[in-house]
Write a protein that binds this ligand. Sequence first.
Ligand SMILES: C[S@@+](CC[C@H](N)C(=O)[O-])C[C@H]1O[C@@H](n2cnc3c(N)ncnc32)[C@H](O)[C@@H]1O
Length: 280
Amino acid sequence: MGSRHFESDRIADTYVRVRPRPPRSLIENVMANLEKSLKKEANGRWPLVVDVGSGSGQTTFMMRKYFDRVLGCDISSAQIRQADKLNKYTNVSFKIAPADSIPVPDESVDLITASECVHWFDLEPFYVEVDRVLKPNGVLAVFGYHPIPAKCRVAGRSSLVGHKLEEIMDQTIMKLYDSHDWNRAPIDLLLCRYETLPLPYTHSKRMDNIYRTYSYAAQNCVEYISSLSAFERLNKEDPQAAKVFITDFEEKLKDILMGDDLSLKIDVTFEFFVLFSIKK
Ligand SMILES: C[S@@+](CC[C@H](N)C(=O)[O-])C[C@H]1O[C@@H](n2cnc3c(N)ncnc32)[C@H](O)[C@@H]1O
C-alpha cells in the first residue's frame, strides 16, 4: 500500500517547515519503554535505531543522543534528499528504502520507530521485516498525530476565533479526504488514532493524549494543508482545482482573522499517540 504522495520536492520542502515533530515527552516515554526491555550499552546508549518512513527526519534527528547509530529510511527520494541536506550529525544517516526492506542485518536493531506513516504501509510484509531486524526484546514504536488540530488559539482574540479556526481546519481537511475516489483505509486508520491497527507482538500497549503546540503563522496553516497527501493527489490530478481549493481556504482564514495578514500567529495544538509492540 506504500504511498507515493510524498514524492515531490514541493511536498518534501513544505514538510520541513510545517509538519509537527513529536513532543520530547513522547520520545522520552519511548526510551523509558525501551529501557524496560533492552539494556543500554556501557556508554549509556543503545547501538541502533531505525526510523522507517522517516520523511525529512522529523523523528530521526530526535533519536541521535540515545543511539550510537540512527538510520532513517523512506521510500521517497525527495524526502531523503531533504533529510540529507538537514543532516549535520555523524551518527545519523538516511537511505531510500521501503518499509518492508530495511537495509540492516537480522536481529541488529534495538528500536524501530514509524511516525505518522504506518497507515501507508503494507502491514504484513512490514511486520515480517520488523521481526527479521529487531533483536529479541527489541521494540517497535508506532506513533503519529491526529491530522486535524485539537486546538487553535490567537493571542489577544476571543476563544470564538480559535473555535472558528478549528472548525475551518477540520472542514477543509475532511473535504480534502472526501474529495477523491481513493482508498480511504489509510486515512481512516489515522483518523481513528490507529485504534484498529493490528500489532505484530502480543506484548503491546498504547499511550494517548500527548499534546504539542506550535506557533504557526496563518500562512503555515495554509502550507500544512498543502502538505497533506490528499492535497498532493488533488494537485497532481487537477492543479487548477488545487489552486482554487487552497485560495478558498486562505480567504476563509482571512475572514476569521478579519484581515489580510497571514503572518498573524496562531497557536496550533496537535494530539499525538504512540503504540508499542515488543518482540518477546
Ligand atoms: C506523513 S509522512 C511522515 C514522515 C515523518 N515520519 C513524520 O513523522 O513527519 C509519511 C512518510 O512515509 C513514507 N512512506 C510511505 N509509504 C512508505 C513505504 N512503504 N516505505 C517507506 N516509506 C514510506 C512517505 O514517503 C512519507 O515520507
